[in-house]
Design a protein around this ligand. Structure first.
Ligand code: PGA
Length: 245
């Protein structure tokens, strides 16, 4: 399976012009790379002006359509030709109070609309310090995947994103990442079976940079990367993509 390298631009950049420049710069340098799947996840409003690389949204609503002012549904995204959606990012959980239950509804709706889901899980530093890391991740997986069939899991990639590693420069060690990925696989095995655990991509996110990206794929067993800050710098992101193949 090709590594999935997803760029999470978050709430950046702040103009269409900058978004296009960043996108075109990345596109020029990665479009001929065949051994990695590169997905760019910009703010919603830029999705329709960026063409030529696989696109993902950073969120979607759990209803299909209707009177939900300000929301964007999975079906709207799918009908625009978008392939991926990030669901359950820790910033959505923290600032927008998204619960596992809501995340579960979003994942179900996204899959039924035909989107591929990057489902984020991960613990805070406090949960880690208190020895609760595995319980938290297990619960996020169990509740987030509730009612999702084995067949549907082929549309899901799990992103392990320890919250203490996001945007801090304090990236997770190779050993700890490997242990967490194995734990996620073991949980998928318990929730489904070994085939699902084997086939589901588990990627890593949290302060990934050109200088550390390779070790997650080559040593920790990650099937790809979710890149925030470094995806806003063309050369740095291209370096990350190249290091994964
Ligand atoms: P970061 O963000 O690479 O800036 O740490 C990763 C993420 O939040 O997906």
């Amino acid at each position: 399976m090709k590594p999935l390298i997803a760029a999470n631009w978050k709430c950046n950049p702040t103009s269409q012009k900058e978004a296009k420049t960043l996108f075109e710069g990345i596109k020029k340098r990665v479009k001929n790379i065949k051994n990695a799947e590169v997905v760019i996840c910009p703010p919603f409003v830029y999705l329709s002006i960026l063409k030529g690389l696989t696109l993902g949204a950073q969120n979607c609503y759990f209803e299909e359509k209707g009177a939900f002012t300000g929301e964007i549904s999975a079906l709207i995204l799918k009908n625009m030709g978008i392939d991926y959606v990030i669901i359950g990012h820790s910033e959505r959980r923290k600032y927008f109070k998204e619960t596992n239950e809501e995340i579960n509804k979003k994942i179900k709706r996204a899959i039924s609309a035909g989107l591929k889901v990057i489902f984020c899980v991960g613990e805070t530093s406090q949960e880690r310090d208190e020895g609760n890391k595995t319980n938290i991740i297990k619960n996020q997986l169990k509740e987030g995947l509730e009612g999702i069939s084995k067949a549907e899991t082929k549309n899901i990639t799990i992103a392990y994103e320890p919250i203490w590693a996001i945007g801090t420069g304090n990236n997770c060690s190779v050993d700890e990442t490997m242990t967490s990925i194995l734990f996620i696989k073991q949980t998928l095995n318990n929730l489904y079976n070994r085939a699902v655990a084997d086939k589901t991509r588990v990627i890593y996110g949290g302060s990934v940079k050109g200088e550390n990206s390779n070790s997650y794929i080559k040593e920790a067993g990650a099937s790809g990367l979710l890149v925030g800050g470094a995806s806003l710098k063309t050369e740095e992101f291209v370096k990350i993509v190249k290091s994964s193949i």
